[in-house]
Ligand binder design. Structure first.
Ligand SMILES: *Cc1c(COP(=O)(O)O)cnc(C)c1O
Length: 221
């Protein structure tokens, strides 16, 4: 199947309110252009360097999503270039985002990434630390929290569903509270292998790489 065919197949399967992010990490601009031609305007990158290089060269009417771990010393490069940062997971990173966006007079839209599987090798905040991060978010002026994101541990359909469902519960409970600067609009979860389950558990942003572009070959880069 071509990139176009894969995208059309996915688009036909997902409900209208779900945003499909084409995860374009390691992909060439030519491959991304194939996605662009089918109407895809949301692109996800996991590295700051790659995102800013592509942002400069690619079509200007696209929305860039930073979906990978964000180091504090890289925040300054993405100000004004990213539609949504999916990977806020600690207070010091938040403080750096607030500072850099304040200096530029911009507002950062972010999702809090939750390490729902408590996987020591994954980024994301642990649920027990969430409250502290939220308290600091409430004091920000240049950061707006728009929802939650997760990358779940590899597992069975059953464990995938359980993690997605836990995320939805956290999302719903935060939705019911009234916070400064924090609204629950986006639940970003589901990748190539599990996006259908994620949507059943109420994801409204899915992030798909290989399911659109085919297998990634990291060693070609
Ligand atoms: C790579 C990546 C994806 C996409 O993964 P696929 O399995 O290629 O669909 C989604 N989310 C994050 C955070 C990623 O790093």
């Amino acid at each position: 199947m071509s990139i176009e065919e894969r995208i059309n197949k996915i688009i036909n399967e997902i409900p209208k309110g779900v945003t499909l992010i084409a995860v374009s990490k390691t992909r060439t601009l030519e491959e991304m252009e194939e996605a662009y031609k089918t109407g895809i305007r949301d692109y996800g990158e996991n590295k700051v360097q790659e995102l800013i290089e592509k942002e400069e060269k690619f079509y200007k009417d696209v929305r860039w999503h930073l979906i990978g771990h964000l180091q504090r010393n890289k925040v300054k490069y993405i100000v004004g270039k990213v539609h949504l940062i999916h990977s806020l997971d600690n207070v010091r990173l938040l403080e750096e985002i607030e500072k850099r966006y304040f200096e530029s007079g911009e507002t950062a839209n972010v999702l809090i990434q939750i390490n729902i599987g408590k996987d020591p090798n994954k980024s994301g905040i642990l649920i027990e630390d969430l409250e502290g991060l939220i308290e600091t978010c409430e004091k920000c002026n240049n950061v707006k929290v728009k929802g939650l994101m997760t990358v779940i541990p590899k597992g069975t359909e059953e464990s995938n569903r359980r993690y997605f469902n836990e995320m939805k519960k956290i999302y719903d409970s935060l939705s019911k509270k009234r916070y400064n600067n924090i609204t629950m609009e986006y639940l970003s979860m589901g990748m190539s292998g599990d996006y259908k389950i994620a949507i059943e558990e109420d994801a409204n942003i899915i992030r798909i790489g290989e399911g659109i572009f085919g297998k990634r070959a990291y060693n070609n880069i």
